[in-house]
Design a protein around this ligand. Structure first.
Ligand code: SF4
Length: 469
């Protein structure tokens, strides 16, 4: 796949193409089932999970309610600690800020810690347009970058790739980005990890500028927090002379006590681990290092204004909802056409980007509304509720609107409904049993049309002595 989401068709077309790829489905099934089983075990052994989950949701809601105050408090704390804070209203402004900051260092390379926010704004592409190369250092992101691919999962961006594919990517592409893959590289996971480690180590030691995101920003001290499991984040955050962190404004938590709740919720929900392997925290600029914090809006204040949709901003990007979603498991992440795939993507992307394109308008329908995503979400985001809410917002085809208007007219008066039921009973022989014509055809592709009864329930009730109303 080419490395861009631009111009992708609507979700059903993307999903249909993915469904034909049996290897992709096998990779997805194996990976999501493994992670979901680990999560279930990690959550089951934790007493008081439901209370912790409710606390997580409450903390996020409170933080979002007073977002302006918390952000100003964080800005003051970061500035006091020697950092500089920049405010970016949208992707273009954030990209310009980061590009200018990198240019000012005189360097043409940056190392990156895995960051959804920078992918959301297309930072790598913006830097490339100015002659600056961004090197991804998370193993899965490295695989995606070397393969000129796109991420398909929040936590495991290369979840759609098997071991043999990764070996081929390393063999063919590593040399173009730095240290080549070792001769005779096999597809054993340890050998692949070692090849990546050697390749990346050279990059860490050479790079003077790093770009990161953050999982959390603690308002009371202006402390940024990154959770990761490979140690690449720690290398990026500590070695370079200049560190630039691009952070969505919803990542704020008011206090350290609030942060503690998420340090328990996140690892168990994402990987099933009791504790995260590497948790890096920093406040302002370290000695000998320049630090810039770019606070990113890019549609978030618009989401905040929507009473139902705003709960999507609670998301801590654990990816638990992806791993239990029957639609994601079959369609894969690329079908969602966004850096945010799966159930959270289906509610976040149309709110951040709007619903003007066929792809974005189709996302609220990329769900069976089974509710599994809500059950596992550590911050209790009612994803089905937001999906239904967004479905009412997207443009509907004229035939659907006309059909629903006719149904409204019919159901508005009992007399009309009774007359329509009697007419349908008389004409039931004319109703096709297998496939409806026109707009109903897609619905009956996989379903039989229910038979129309000769007599309605209301007529039967009256005929058999029930009270008429
Ligand atoms: S919506 Fe909930 S389950 Fe899904 S990634 Fe966000 S926090 Fe995790």
């Amino acid at each position: 796949m080419s490395g861009t989401w631009l111009g992708m068709p609507a979700f059903p077309r993307n999903a249909e193409a993915a469904l034909g790829n049996s290897r992709l489905r096998a990779n997805l099934r194996k990976a999501t089932h493994t992670i979901r089983a680990r999560r279930a075990a990690g959550v089951d052994e934790m007493p008081g999970w439901a209370k912790l989950r409710a606390r997580g949701a409450a903390v996020k809601d409170a933080a979002l309610r007073d977002l302006d105050k918390h952000l100003l408090r964080a800005e003051e704390a970061v500035t006091t600690a020697g950092g500089r804070v920049h405010w970016a209203a949208d992707a273009a402004e954030a990209n310009t800020i980061v590009t200018e900051l990198v240019k000012a260092t005189g360097h043409r390379e940056v190392v990156k810690v895995k960051s959804m926010a920078t992918q959301e704004i297309g930072l790598n592409e913006a830097l490339a347009a100015e002659g600056i190369t961004a090197y991804e250092t998370d193993l899965a992101e490295l695989i995606v970058q070397l393969g000129d691919d796109l991420p398909s999962h929040i936590l495991v961006p290369a979840i759609h790739r098997g071991r043999a594919e990764i070996r081929e990517i390393f063999r063919d592409r590593m040399a173009a980005w730095g240290r080549p893959a070792p001769d005779g590289l096999g597809d054993d996971p340890r050998a692949l990890a070692e090849a990546a480690r050697l390749h990346l180590r050279e990059r860490f030691l050479a790079s003077k500028v790093a770009v990161s995101g953050a999982n959390f920003l603690v308002a009371e001290t202006g402390t940024l927090v990154v959770l990761e499991s490979e140690g690449n984040g720690r290398m990026c955050l500590t070695l370079p002379e200049t560190l630039i962190s691009v952070v969505g404004i919803e990542k704020i938590v008011p206090t350290w006590q609030d942060l503690a709740v998420f340090l328990e919720l996140l690892p168990r929900s994402s990987t099933g681990e009791r504790m995260n392997p590497y948790t890096s925290m920093w406040t302002g600029a370290a000695e000998g290092q320049e630090f810039h914090l770019v606070l990113l809006d890019n549609g978030r204040t618009g989401v905040l204004a929507d009473e139902i949709g705003r709960q999507a901003l609670r998301c801590i990007r654990c990816s638990a909802c992806l791993n239990v979603c029957p639609v994601y498991e079959r369609a894969g992440g690329h079908a969602y056409g966004s850096v945010y795939p799966g159930p959270i993507g289906a509610i976040l992307t149309p709110q951040l980007r709007g619903t003007a394109t066929p792809l974005d308008a189709s996302l609220p329908y990329a769900s069976s509304l089974c509710g599994a995503c809500y059950d596992v979400c550590p911050v209790a985001i009612d994803i089905p509720e937001v999906l239904v809410h967004l479905r009412a917002r997207v443009p509907h085809p004229p035939a659907e609107r006309a059909g629903l208007a006719a149904a409204g007219w019919l159901l508005d008066r009992p007399g009309r409904l009774r007359a329509a039921q009697r007419l349908a009973g008389r004409l039931r022989g004319l109703v096709p049993r297998r496939r409806l014509p026109g707009p109903g055809a897609a619905w009956t592709d996989t379903r039989d049309v229910p038979p129309v009864p000769a007599e309605s329930f209301r007529d039967w009730w009256r005929r058999t002595g029930g009270e008429d109303r």
